[in-house]
Design a protein around this ligand. Sequence first.
Ligand SMILES: [Zn+2]
Length: 195
Amino acid sequence: MPSDNRKRAIRAYMAEHGVPYAVAARHIDQANGNGEAAHRHPRPALDFLADLPYSAGRGVDTDLATSVVAACRAGCPPCQDALIPRLLTQRPTVAMLACAVFGWLPGAGLASATTRAWQPLAQQAHRDGDGTAAFTAVADMTPEQVSELLEDALDMWAAGAADVHLVHLDDDPDDALDELAGGDLDSPPSTRSAR
Ligand SMILES: [Zn+2]
């Protein structure tokens, strides 16, 4: 991690958690280490994502995806800052995470124009069980567009959208949406909110 980024992350952590510099620095350095060294957030079980067709047969890093979702749900900026740049270099994994939420949602809500333009391909992947077109579009995105798509997807993951979907895999999607709407009325999706 470049030292400017490290300092910025440390300051952000100090502001967020009200801890001294040394404590924040230790947290940041741990978060930037290997998985073993990083401090842990409660990890959702996301290994099943690799079995979905959303990465079009490409290798995906479900461990990294799980770490990022965990950091977003925990509202931990230093972990997000450390892990998201790594995730952005793995477009099949980004496509997997994004399809897993935007594939079944009827709309992309407040998502970026990039995500709204891409969502029909995710819906097609979900409907047809073939993520090739959705992944290819992600592979062709500019770095800025991939970043926008991932940020939108992580907002949804942080809000628990995918979990609701999975609970209702055999049910009417409208029920899942009702539950999502009811459950999140008081806490709008945000990767930055502690949950
Ligand atoms: Zn953390």
